[in-house]
Write a protein that binds this ligand. Structure first.
Ligand code: ADP
Length: 512
């Protein structure tokens, strides 16, 4: 009987407790030493003491035949007063010492099986209890305990869990059957055990962290407040705990710190950008003012003016204006206010205009241009598309050696015009190719030169191209060069789908 998993109480014919096995000790919180010789009625709530003038045990024994071995559902008292709903099976036998009554107890399953014969008397007793003024307080306690919107549990000094509510059970993903009777010192959580010890010494305690349910194997982030249960004499009779599920708070905190990190990163990027932008904007100013000063001197002295001086001054002004325009365009894109004016137009003419404008910047570079014989008609904003092409050309010149060739190719592919600008320059590392089109992005391969940029050109270009129903992407190899592609729908094409960038071949890679 000691080894039995089911709790068992044995009584003599006078219903005095002779024995209770360790499982019953755990369940009821009583020790054999305390109960031995005591009437079984100590375990029976007052309202169940008498049926038809018979004790609870005698009544069940009389009904034994009708029950034919099935348990009845009844509440029994644990040490300290809390009630436990249990399945009770009673048997009796004659032995040398006289009559022996055995009471086998089982915790009721989570979902009661109503095929059990209901114990009519008990249900009527429950009814009376609801009406009986003396038990109103107890009932209210029960209702509050069960319906509280937080996990509640109660343990005795052993410390065995004597009661817990449904919320607690749901929270920990376990079952009352598994939890009630559990010794809290058997929990594998040293911090919770420390709290329980504190409580049994009469102090409050709290725990915040993960709770790993041994029975359900579920981990729940919880906050638990423990308090001692003191009796009228101020002695600790056990403890009570309130458990909150802090999963949502944790998620909210994690989300808040993620947003905070993102905001900090955005501020850092913007700060870096402001430093770079101020630098870039200042760069043309010194040579510009030097040239203007030199012009001024010459004019004062009535000396002849060197036209290259003027041309250089103008180039620096143009550079300054381009930087300012990029800044304005980027902020217009941010605000969704970059206006495009669509009209039927010829892409080949736009490319030629961009090439003419960029010719002044070409230096020692060779620029090869090939295009179809036929005009390439599209619907678009000629000014903005020229800006895109000029930006690609400018980058190709900027990021490739002075004596290399830049190849510009215009072609027609199905419903699309395909423009490519290929250089033999420094190339772009694969891991950075996707980011090129992001705002403020400057590839790490570019050592800061006097001719740097703001990292806005490709960001603006992508917005313009995509608003034309097109795509822009890059294939590049460090040390070998880069090719930027722009695909735009032809005028004849009715809302076509832009071609997918070709799959990576060898070590080259495309974006967008
Ligand atoms: P930027 O004004 O800085 O050139 P872009 O948006 O036009 O801004 O380009 C973003 C970054 O992409 C550049 O800083 C550069 O690192 C890289 N990049 C663009 N075009 C090329 C190219 N043809 N070759 C190598 N790197 C390039």
């Amino acid at each position: 009987m000691d080894a039995m998993a089911d709790p068992l109480v044995a009584c003599d014919g006078n219903e005095r407790v002779l024995y209770l096995n360790p499982a019953a000790e755990r369940l009821l919180g009583w020790k054999l030493m305390e109960l031995a010789g005591q009437p079984f009625e100590l375990l029976v709530p007052q309202r169940l003491h008498a049926f038809d003038g018979q004790s609870f045990l005698r009544y069940l024994l009389r009904r034994r035949r009708a029950l034919s071995g099935r348990p009845v559902r009844a509440s029994l008292l644990c040490r300290g007063g809390p009630e436990l709903e249990l399945e009770v099976t009673v048997g009796a036998a004659e032995s040398e010492g006289g009559e022996r009554i055995t009471v086998v107890l089982r915790r009721t399953p989570e979902f009661p099986d109503y095929t059990d014969e209901p114990l009519e008397r008990l249900s009527s007793a429950v009814r009376t209890r609801a009406l009986h003024p003396a038990s109103t307080g107890e009932r209210v306690y029960q209702l509050v305990f069960e319906n509280a919107p937080m996990g509640l549990f109660h343990f005795d000094t052993t410390p065995t869990l004597l009661a817990c509510n449904d919320y607690f059970v749901r929270l920990l993903g376990s079952s009352k059957r598994a939890l009630i009777g559990l010794n809290l010192f058997s929990l594998q959580n040293e911090s919770i055990m420390t709290c329980v010890r504190e409580v049994l010494e009469g102090r409050h305690a709290s725990y915040e962290g993960d709770y790993r349910s041994i029975t359900a194997g579920k981990v729940t982030p919880v906050r638990v407040h423990f308090a001692p249960c003191l009796n009228e004499c101020g002695e600790v009779e056990g403890g009570v705990g309130i458990v909150e599920d802090v999963t949502e708070q944790r998620t909210a905190e994690a989300e808040r710190s993620r947003l905070f990190r993102e905001a900090q990163e955005a501020i850092r990027v913007r700060d870096d950008f402001l430093t770079i932008a101020s630098h870039e904007l200042k760069t043309p100013l010194t040579p510009l003012s030097l040239r203007l000063a030199s012009l001024e001197r010459r004019l004062e002295r009535h000396e002849p003016v060197d036209p290259t001086l003027l041309r250089h001054a103008r180039q620096h002004l143009v550079r300054l204006a381009a930087l300012i325009n990029d800044l304005l365009d980027a902020s217009r894109i941010e605000a969704g206010r970059l206006a495009l004016h669509f009209e039927p137009t010829r892409l080949d003419s736009i490319v030629e205009r961009a090439l003419t404008v960029m010719d002044a910047e070409r230096g020692q570079h060779r620029i090869d241009y090939s295009h179809p014989e036929e005009p390439v008609r599209i619907r678009g904003d000629p000014y903005r598309l020229e800006q895109v092409i000029a930006n690609l050309l400018e980058n190709a010149l900027k990021y490739s050696p002075g004596d290399s060739t830049v190849r510009v190719t215009l072609d027609v592919r199905g419903d699309f015009a395909l423009l490519s600008v290929a250089d033999e320059g420094i190339g772009i590392p694969h891991d950075q190719q996707e980011q090129l089109f992001e705002r403020y992005f400057r590839a790490r391969n570019v050592s800061v030169t006097s001719y740097g940029g703001l990292g806005l050109g490709l960001y603006i270009s992508r917005d313009i191209v995509e608003r034309h129903g097109g795509r822009i992407w890059v294939e590049s190899e460090v040390g070998r060069g880069s090719t930027f592609y722009v695909a735009l729908p032809l005028l004849s094409a009715a809302s076509p789908t832009p071609p997918e960038p070709r799959p990576p071949t060898g070590s080259s890679q495309q974006v967008h």
